[in-house]
Design a protein around this ligand. Structure first.
Ligand code: PAF
Length: 280
């Protein structure tokens, strides 16, 4: 496995692989890798000849009052995990390598980013779309892997790839959870022991909503109300949103229908966590 910090070096390596007819799977990440990322890497490993992982905490997708400065980083541990999972190349650029001083082109998306995280994080998806399209241009993968935990991000990226005729396949992978249900996230590391316990309210409310839908509830409003009621009982939790949206357009819906995404964002103390379920 090699670690490259420059765009030129990644391009040269990928070109050589492609010349010899090898396929490339790509897992874009912001590092501090956990089993969720591990499952994406494993899927990429199974389905491609070569696997590239990018580790880049992308300043453009953080708002001014968000956690860019404190976002956890551990390249040593990340490299060891990548090595053990058979990654061929890690791309770990400095911000200056990705964004030169005159950088002024952006990839922006309308409808799909109007709801959910797009509402509470106004610059987020412009940053995600811009960096992901740059990474796709640099790595030129045949397939790229994204977690279902960031369900809106996955929908936005699929849509961007379709809108802009990008020539690759987007593969979505299921949410990986801790044994007690908490969805794996690099941000779980911010939680104190008390907050870690309180954070279980996210997966519990997701399980409640999912069960109501499976049991035949037709009114999305009732599902959302029951989930909110459960979350509001947890003193350390503050709801950012609890919403049911159309799984394709990300627009709010009132009646349960497929495909439906029920997504939540909840602050536990000052840590914002997300979770969701999909009804397909
Ligand atoms: O999901 C993430 O970690 C990031 O949003 C991504 C896709 C790596 C873009 O910076």
């Amino acid at each position: 496995m090699t670690i490259e910090t420059t765009i030129d070096a990644v391009r040269a390596q990928v070109k050589a692989w492609k010349r010899s007819g090898q396929s490339v799977g790509f897992v874009p990440t912001m590092g501090y890798l956990h089993e969720g990322h591990g499952s994406l890497i494993e899927a990429a490993r199974r389905e491609n000849d070569k696997v590239v992982v990018s580790i880049f905490v992308n300043p453009m997708q953080f708002g001014p009052s968000e956690d860019l400065a404190s976002y956890p980083r551990d390249l040593k541990k990340d490299s060891a995990l990548c090595e053990s999972l058979g990654v061929d190349l890690i791309f770990h650029p400095e911000p200056e390598e990705m964004y030169h001083p005159n950088f002024s082109s952006f990839v922006d998306m309308t409808v799909l980013t109007e709801e959910l995280c797009g509402l509470s994080r106004p610059v987020h998806f412009r940053g995600v779309c811009t960096v992901v399209s740059k990474l796709f241009h640099i790595v030129q993968p045949d397939r790229a892997y994204f977690g279902q935990k960031d369900a809106q991000q996955l929908a936005v990226i699929r849509h961007m790839v379709e809108d802009l005729n990008m020539d690759l396949e987007i593969v979505g992978c299921p949410i990986i959870r801790e044994e007690d249900g908490l969805a794996k996230s690099s941000r779980n590391t911010y939680l104190s022991p008390g907050e870690r316990e309180a954070a279980l309210v996210l997966s519990r409310s997701i399980a409640l909503g999912q069960k109501m839908v499976e049991d035949g509830e037709q009114d999305a409003g009732r599902v959302i109300a029951a989930m909110k009621e459960m979350i509001e009982k947890e003193p350390m939790a503050r709801i950012d949103y609890v919403k049911a949206v159309d799984g394709r357009t990300m627009q709010q819906i009132t009646a349960v229908r497929r495909p439906m995404l029920v997504a939540i964002a909840v602050y536990i103390g000052s840590t914002r966590l997300i979770d969701n379920f999909i009804w397909e």
